[in-house]
Design a protein around this ligand. Structure first.
Ligand SMILES: Cc1cc2nc3c(=O)[nH]c(=O)nc-3n(C[C@H](O)[C@H](O)[C@H](O)COP(=O)(O)OP(=O)(O)OC[C@H]3O[C@@H](n4cnc5c(N)ncnc54)[C@H](O)[C@@H]3O)c2cc1C
Length: 401
């Protein structure tokens, strides 16, 4: 396997890295102490700079104003951007908009593309993805209470969702709802576009996550869909294909997430090493002279490197073999990388002592927000169970000596 980066990607990663260091990391203290509404104007200025540098939306095709990168190439940039909580937003490749843009591009009608995709891709509007429900297990989403019932030329949607990330201030939601209750479980649901100014779209609250409700892009909403009436033209893709489209969205999305998490891990690792060298624990003896800290540093370096190679391999497998054939690799990276990142962030926090608990470094933000990596897009246990079942199946009838 060739590990060399093309000149274009190598240059793009370098530019992105410099931008993150010079333009975004200095904004973090302000970001951690203010609301999204307060920092939004300066983030918009940074977004304009990124567009001028032609680094906007690395994941989107050129015809949508993006860089048109492959999954692996985008992964490499995503790792750089993950070093700061602001990176993906400022470069226009933040979840859930990135995934929503990808499925609108693949399944949207011309009218949907003009109304929703174009302004979304250019960063003029934001969106959310509304699948998980308060009273149903997100880990088994075929158990879904939200319904979209046909009435004349409309769908009428009723349901209680939560964890619709970034719903606050977004222009539209892509909602998963049961449209065909009599169909087999995986053919019952559809994706439907609901503008957030619809009278039936009721944002109940931004959910407090680890004590922070957040606002705007950095929030997760609870939403009641109460007889939200939308024209049938708002159906995204064919009726009953909601889960098929969701899989299309999740596969590449997991590569994006994993590479972003590696950026979080690398930044935390860098801060940990810097602190280990600079914190004098007794005259002439830094924290880095303690064997236990050395072990955390060596383990973290090796774990990050192993995780990184696994993700790049999974991206390559997905591009060369297709999503279905690469599902083992994707399941593996989902839980390995989430846990690697969580361990490295935890060690970095510990090395910083009391400072690690403050918002004077981004480590506490990472600790609060990235714990969720082991839950969303398939909890660890779900991926492990599915992977183990497939492995055991492959051993049936095999003789091992
Ligand atoms: C920060 C964050 C952002 C999110 N963003 C979005 C979003 O934008 N849109 C959206 O629709 N959803 C979003 N979600 C929701 C997320 O997808 C769900 O939380 C996830 O699918 C798990 O569903 P659940 O919370 O209902 O947990 P449950 O399904 O109730 O599962 C609870 C726990 O049970 C265990 N478990 C589950 N299945 C098994 C199994 N088969 N074997 C053993 N153990 C098992 C796991 O440990 C799991 O954590 C987000 C969640 C978080 C935390």
């Amino acid at each position: 396997m060739d590990f060399a980066m093309s000149e274009r990607i190598s240059a793009a990663c370098q530019l992105a890295r410099e931008f993150v260091e010079k333009e975004l990391i200095p904004l973090e203290r302000e970001f951690l102490g203010k609301t999204f509404a307060e920092v939004s104007p300066i983030l918009d200025q940074k977004r304009d700079m990124v567009k001028k540098m032609e680094l906007w939306a690395p994941n989107l095709p050129e015809e949508l104003g993006g860089m048109g990168l492959t999954l692996m190439e985008h992964g490499l940039i995503s790792e750089v951007l993950g070093r700061t909580p602001l990176g993906h937003y400022v470069f226009g490749c933040q979840a859930p908009d990135a995934g929503n843009a990808e499925i609108l591009h693949k399944y949207g009608t011309e009218a949907q593309k003009a109304q929703y995709l174009e302004p979304l891709a250019s960063g003029k509007i934001r969106s959310c993805f509304s699948m998980t429900e308060v009273d149903m297990p997100g880990s088994n989403p075929v158990m879904m209470d939200t319904t979209a019932v046909k009435d004349g030329g409309d769908y009428v949607i009723n349901g209680h969702k939560w964890y619709s990330t970034a719903a606050d201030g977004s222009r539209f939601a892509i909602v998963m709802a049961v449209t065909n209750p009599e169909a087999p479980p995986y053919l019952r649901a559809s994706m439907i576009i609901v503008p957030t100014d619809n009278p039936g779209f009721n944002l109940v609250r931004n959910i407090p996550v680890m004590g922070h409700s957040g606002d705007g892009y950095f929030s997760h909403a609870e939403i009641l869909y109460q007889s939200a009436r939308v024209p049938r033209e708002n159906l995204l893709g064919p009726e009953g294909m909601g889960f098929v489209i969701a899989q299309d969205r999740l596969g590449p999305g997991r590569i994006h997430h994993c590479m972003r998490w590696l950026g979080v891990a690398s930044r935390s690792f860098d801060l940990m090493c810097q602190r280990a060298n600079s914190r004098e624990m007794s005259p002439g003896k830094s924290l880095g002279t303690k064997q236990i800290v050395q072990q955390w540093i060596a383990d973290s370096a090796a774990e990050i490197q192993a995780a990184r190679l696994m993700v790049l391999h999974a991206a390559w497998a997905m591009e060369t073999k297709g999503h279905k054939e690469a599902r083992d690799e994707v399941s593996m990276i989902k839980f390995v990388v989430a846990n690697t990142m969580n361990r490295v962030v935890d060690r970095a926090l510990q090395v910083h002592g009391g400072l690690g608990m403050t918002d004077d470094t981004p480590i506490a933000f990472f600790y609060r927000h990235e714990r969720a990596a082991r839950i969303y897009d398939g909890a660890d246990e779900v991926h492990k169970a599915a992977l183990a079942r497939r492995i055991l199946e492959s051993y049936k009838g095999r003789v091992v000596r």
